[in-house]
Design a binder for this molecule. Structure first.
Ligand SMILES: [Mn+2]
Length: 356
């Protein structure tokens, strides 16, 4: 591969950026709800830090929301701490970001925290300023980039009698999930996965990959199927209320309904905490999820659209506002359902006729 020399160089630059950071502990702070790619990359990064004598911890702010990701953390004993307050970050002097190029917005970082490294595969809103930045768009996962560092860095996975099984297994699963089970994997992702595979715990990989879902999420999918309305090739379904921990039941239900052969666009919504949370999925090239949701739900008082853009392409969140004061859950759901149908009817007019 013609790029190996270059990426070997990147591994050296990463080590050079981390090497002097032995005077204060470093935190790898994960953004959003930690997913397998972020967790696998964080483990890989922590391992590099350890080899260099840098004390590194993995932390996250938002809960791990998918049960398969909780299974990953549990089965592989991933050392991760959830933090809720800025004070809990005071002890750290250095910051590393993996699978993200901006820091988690839901927490204020201490001023003295110094951003050392950024490794990511998403398009950044702005290029972050740090001694080491490696952002690539030709790979499907950040774990792929860390696999290349492992191959070309100072200590390959599994070398020197080290047991790197947990790290390799998490990294493989990170590539697998971020590439949609390799459907969108690039040749570089396949190459990385091939490097990791013999180092993985195949039994654990298969158990994590079974993707158990919580009883609440399964119940939510059931509610969605009973509520399902189909208008030509468009489907809409509400899941009722789901807890914040199980909000992924909404995209999960959307993905499941998308498999129905006679539809190509689906919108699933529910109540999560104090907001309406939804997911739009489409396989039709002419439907742009961002403008669909903007046409249906508009924007907030500051002109920010309720959906589209950002990380979750087909996601939208609308605050309940005054509706949140309705005490009766059944009434609240009826109102939310009516509101969503009314708004979606702006884009799918037949829905209004059907709801009458
Ligand atoms: Mn990723």
């Amino acid at each position: 591969m013609g790029t190996n020399g270059n990426n070997g160089h990147k591994a050296q630059l990463l080590e050079q950026a981390l090497k002097p950071a032995t005077d204060k502990p470093l935190v790898i702070l994960l953004g959003g709800h930690p997913d397998p790619d972020a967790i696998g990359s964080a483990l890989a990064h922590k391992r590099i830090c350890e080899r260099l004598g840098v004390h590194a911890s993995i932390a996250h702010v938002l809960p791990i929301s998918r049960s398969e990701n909780r299974a990953l953390v549990k089965l592989l004993n991933v050392p991760m701490t959830r933090i809720k307050k800025t004070e809990e970050l005071e002890q750290f002097g250095y910051l590393s970001l993996v699978d993200a190029s901006a820091t988690e917005a839901s927490i204020q970082l201490p001023d003295h925290l110094e951003l050392l490294t950024v490794v990511d595969h998403h398009r950044p809103a702005s290029i972050p300023k740090a001694p080491f930045v490696d952002i690539r768009h030709d790979v499907g996962a950040t774990c792929t980039i860390y696999t290349e560092y492992a191959e070309h860095g100072l200590s390959p996975l599994g070398a020197e009698g080290n047991d790197d099984t947990a790290v390799a297994t998490a990294m493989f699963f990170g590539i697998q999930t971020d590439t949609d089970d390799f459907a969108f994997a690039t040749p570089i992702d396949f190459r990385a996965a091939a490097y990791l595979k013999p180092l993985c715990d195949a039994e654990k990989l298969s158990r994590i990959g079974r993707r158990s879902i919580t009883a609440e999420a399964m119940e939510a999918v059931g509610v969605a199927l009973r509520d399902l309305e189909v208008i030509r090739d468009f489907a809409i379904a509400g899941v009722g209320r789901v807890s914040g921990l199980n909000r992924d039941a909404i995209p999960m239900a959307a993905d499941f309904i998308m498999r129905r052969e006679d539809i190509d666009t689906v919108l699933v919504y529910g109540i999560v905490d104090d907001r309406i949370d939804g997911s739009l999925r489409t396989s039709r090239a002419s439907v742009d999820p961002a403008s669909f949701m903007q046409n249906a739900f508009g924007a907030d008082a500051e002109g920010r659209p309720y959906g589209g853009g950002r990380a979750d392409m087909g996601g939208f969140q609308v605050p309940l506002g005054l509706l949140g004061e309705v005490d009766d859950e059944e009434n609240l759901w009826r109102l939310v359902r009516e509101l969503v149908h009314k708004r979606v009817a702006r884009v799918v007019p037949e829905l209004a006729k059907k709801s009458d």
